[in-house]
Ligand binder design. Structure first.
Ligand code: FES
Length: 82
């Protein structure tokens, strides 16, 4: 079994299987709400394939990254709060 990857999600250390998506890491960490709508409602991933943009997070300071298309990397920092 490959060594697990450690990343930070909103300041919390999370482990994930290498090659999995950031979205999978979020879900496995129990986080279904990923961002807020303009009216403040919690939003979560819908399509899982890069189409809906509902899964956007900030990755290493870069906003609007679709977590379903991002692969986990050791030491990456993911923020769901903008
Ligand atoms: S879940 Fe739809 S773009 Fe990521």
């Amino acid at each position: 079994m490959a060594e697990r990857v450690r990343l930070m999600i909103d300041g919390r250390v999370v482990e994930a299987e290498p090659g999995t998506s950031v979205l999978a890491a979020l879900w496995n960490a129990g986080q279904r709400t990923i961002r807020s709508s303009v009216t403040g409602e919690g939003r979560g991933a819908m399509c899982g394939m890069g189409t809906c943009h509902e899964c956007q997070v900030r990755v290493d300071g870069v906003p609007h990254r679709r977590s379903c298309l991002e692969t986990v990397r050791e030491g990456m920092e993911v923020r769901t709060d903008g």
